[in-house]
Ligand binder design. Structure first.
Ligand code: ADP
Ligand code: MG
Length: 597
């Protein structure tokens, strides 16, 4: 007898659930999308234990009659498409007809629904098996309750993260759905706590305010534009509002929240030269186009999308947003970035202006010039240059970092930026800013490693900070890590925090900035571990306090700086991996002047 059997429906649904129902947030997504597809103007989401215990969604949409109420739980049962042709003209969020079947196979579901014409229907399903079906008077709309998610799939349950993480995903989702549908009043409640409430009046800026706060909403400017195939509109932040990640770029295509790398990149390009490197704006972008151009049938979660006429859309997005930001810019536009000059060797980067943001370049040992760097060339007669062509091959030769710090005799300072020093084997240029960054970095690294309770000082005016509900959730989760680097957050209402104290050794005058930047670091990094946070904190603090370029130093200042640098554990590079000191050997200098051949 053959070995192959057809699976029964509960089993195949359970398997399909593996793809559609990854975590509580995926259940919320499917159910809220159903409520949206049903034409609701008010959608309430109630959760217990971040949805693992209870997810209850109440809508005022079309509801279902008795026959549909039962059918809706069958696999591939949908009212949204009926033939292949429809698949290319999808205007609804759902169309696969598998969400309810999948969800009810891995949880206990109760459904109350009425289309307002026939009597209402109550259905109860447990692990894919019908337990109860009953008729009775109900209001028009649907109420669906999912309890004990993954009760019969323990392996999946085991993979759930903390309550905060799961809840964070749901809040993020609801925030985006609310931004997508300003005409729907959304309410999200976790136990007693209301985490989001929008008024459904159709004003996108009011939704932005409900989520990101009024201060941000006021700094968002509207934009709209049109090309042959696409129409776009939304809100874009003024360049003074920046974030450390692209997480605040929200894209919607025909009412669906999507992730699309190249369109996202067009938004970033629109801000080119307006924002510091590695900083990103806050943008809500609605894109509309013929559904024929947007293929959403790429993945069961329907968050990825394939777009036709992508170049046209990219151009529309970049130009529209750029134009609207430009129109409100107060300061004159910063000149376009100069065309990239090809450096003879990547290591020659140190001759370019240094980036304003930390990069994670590895530490490198001190470097020696044994060929003459172009930028140090004195203007001299052409023939002199031509007669020694080999000196144009710039090359930096790393010297072992184990090498002891050279005994230096200070000659002076040039350009208010570099210290010139000599020793028996040539001369040295020291970047004073990089040197101090290294010294401060090692100081703060040690301090941040052991925050002491008795080293605190009060802020004159306590700092109060407001965050969106999901951000607040994350901050509570990482409260201990933040304390370890000296950030003491006090909860003050569900989404507001107060900071009253900071460690005495925080760089003077930058206390508030440090608090805010470290909090943002936690909010935007994917994974926060204490080691990395300490490292980031130390780098951040060392940058704040270092002497900048164009700063005159007295001889005593320079001697002190060199003494401190000598004490450093790794004196040859700054915390960003750029060289602190470069060496011009006597031999090379003599070669330049043809004293040796
Ligand atoms: P899909 O949304 O892909 O069609 P689902 O399994 O999510 O598949 O839902 C199946 C069907 O149940 C939907 O097509 C719709 O007709 C009906 N339905 C589900 N939820 C609701 C709701 N909240 N209000 C009205 N009808 C609903
Ligand atoms: Mg659906």
């Amino acid at each position: 007898m053959g070995q192959i059997r057809l699976m029964d429906e509960p089993l195949s649904n359970k398997i399909a659930a593996g793809e559609v129902v990854e975590r509580p947030a995926s259940v919320v997504k499917e159910l809220v999308e159903n409520a949206i597809d049903a034409g609701s103007t008010s959608i309430d989401v109630y959760l217990e234990e971040a949805g693992l215990q209870t997810i209850q969604i109440t809508d005022n949409g079309s509801g279902m009659d008795e026959e549909d109420a039962l059918l809706s739980f069958s696999r591939h049962a949908t009212s949204k498409i009926s033939n292949e042709h429809d698949l290319f003209r999808i205007r609804t969020l759902g169309f696969r007809g598998e969400a309810l079947a999948s969800i009810s196979s891995v949880s206990k579901v109760s459904l109350w629904t009425s289309d307002g014409v026939s009597t209402g229907t109550t259905v109860e399903i447990e692990g894919g098996h019908l337990k109860k079906q009953q008729a009775g008077a109900l209001r028009k709309g649907t109420d669906i309750k999912v309890s004990q998610l993954f009760f019969n799939t323990p392996a999946r349950l085991k993979y759930m993260k903390t309550i905060q993480t799961e809840l964070g995903h749901i809040i993020d989702l609801l925030n985006r759905l609310a931004l997508c549908y300003p005409s729907i009043a959304f309410k999200l409640t976790h136990g007693e706590q209301v985490l989001l409430h929008t008024n459904g009046r159709g004003d996108l800026q009011q939704v932005v305010a409900a989520i990101y706060g009024m201060a941000i909403a006021k700094k968002m400017i509207p934009f709209e534009g049109e090309s042959a195939d696409y129409r776009i509109h939304g809100y874009a932040s003024l360049p003074e509002i920046t974030r450390a990640s692209k997480n605040y770029l929200t894209l919607f295509v025909n009412g669906r929240w999507v992730k699309h790398y190249s369109v996202q990149q067009s938004i970033v390009n629109a801000y080119h030269t307006f924002l510091p490197i590695e900083r990103f704006p806050l943008v809500i972008l609605h894109i509309e186009g013929d559904p024929y151009l947007t293929d959403v049938n790429v993945h069961p979660s329907k968050q990825q999308i394939r777009l036709s006429k992508e170049k046209e859309l990219q151009q529309l997005v970049e130009e529209t947003i750029r134009k609207s930001i430009r129109s409100v810019m107060r300061a004159p536009e910063i000149a376009e970035k100069p065309k990239k000059v090809v450096a003879p060797s990547e290591q020659m980067d140190l001759w370019k202006s240094r980036p304003s943001q930390p990069t994670s370049a590895p530490f490198q040992p001190m470097q020696t010039f044994n060929k003459r760097p172009e930028s140090l060339m004195v203007k001299e007669p052409m023939e002199a240059v031509q007669s020694s062509p080999d000196t144009f091959i710039e090359q930096l030769v790393p010297v072992s970092s184990k090498e002891p710090f050279p005994e230096l005799d200070i000659v002076g300072q040039i350009h208010g930026t570099y210290i010139v020093a000599q020793s028996s084997d040539g001369f040295y240029l020291i970047d004073q800013h990089a040197a101090q960054e290294r010294i401060k970095y090692e100081f703060f690294r040690d301090k941040v490693g052991e925050v002491q309770a008795n080293e605190r000082q009060s802020l004159l005016i306590p700092l109060s900070m407001h965050y969106s509900a999901d951000e607040a959730m994350r901050l509570k989760e990482y409260a201990n890590e933040l304390e370890e680097v000296g950030i003491f957050l006090e909860e003050f209402g569900p989404t507001t925090f107060i900071v009253r104290e900071y460690p005495v050794w925080f760089p003077k005058g930058f206390e508030e900035e440090i608090v805010k930047e470290l909090v943002e670091q936690v909010l935007t990094s994917r994974k926060t571990d204490i080691k990395k946070l300490r490292e980031d904190a130390a780098i951040m603090m060392s940058c704040k306090r270092s002497i900048k370029a164009n700063h005159y130093l007295t001889r005593e200042d320079m001697i002190k700086l060199m003494d401190d640098l000598k004490q450093a554990e790794h004196p040859f590079t700054c915390p960003h991996g750029r060289p602190v000191i470069v060496h011009f050997s006597t031999y090379e200098i003599e070669k330049m002047f043809k004293r040796v051949m």
